[in-house]
Write a protein that binds this ligand. Sequence first.
Ligand code: PBE
Length: 302
Amino acid sequence: MTKKLAGISAVSLLALGLAACGSDDADKGSSTSGGSSDKPVGEQVDYKITGIDPGAGIMEATNRAIDDYGLDKWTLTTGSGAAMTAALKKAYDKEEPIIVTGWSPHWMFTKYDLKYLDDPEGSYGGAEEIHTIGSMKLKDEKPEAHEILSNFKWDEEDMGTVMVDIIDGKDPEEAAQSWIDDNADKVAEWTDGVEDVDGDEFKFVYVAWDSTVASTNVMAKVLESKGYNVKMSQVEAGPMWTAVADGSADALLAGWLPVTHKTYAEKYDGKFEDVGVSMEGVKIGLTVPEYMDIDSIEDLKE
Ligand code: PBE
């Protein structure tokens, strides 16, 4: 029970983090320094934005922001979601300045007090949606899975529960299964009236982004419960889209649109089916600890 309560409060915080996105207009342009130092924020962080894997849409958006805001001195480092959150934890524990590429839903907003920097130029787009992207042959060849995936829709609290369980040490499969056990009504909305299959293979491709790990594990378990033999193949962002477009995988659950994965969606236009929207109102952007005394990407110019 204690665990459950802790989970709920963690998840409400996550929802709060999401609700706070972009609505933080207080103090705009109040200061050009960050943390307790008087130095410009750029000097404090060596003009470095801590990024993730190079194929992520948020990396493309961040390079666009560097351009849009004239951040000539700045560099975006590449790494992975895990390396980014490790760097964030390290800085946060010492109350040091750091700027990362962040997105919601993400457990980092549950574990740390963070804020998005305002983006008046709109380099990161606005409210995004997570789309389920299927291969062109999915509907004909695996109509049961297609139907379930087209019904798949949940919210940031649902995903947050799974993500927080995983970061707190639960195995992703177990975290997925316990969310399913606790949300039988929701799962039934996706699966009701859909016939079972007999061991047909189904292949998901996914990137090791914490949000995507959560959704893919949940849907893998749901499809398994209907008789599918599900394979999950972890790849980079580009190969994830390619695999669905060339039909070597059946579906991906991390099609962030209209902005984040626009380049991929345009590249493969006509070669995939947009099966449905699994979540609305998601967001990407530059993210900093609350203790930093900046509010807008414009403050990085100083
Ligand atoms: N993300 C998580 C991905 C999509 C899902 C925001 C890191 C990206 O930037 O491509």
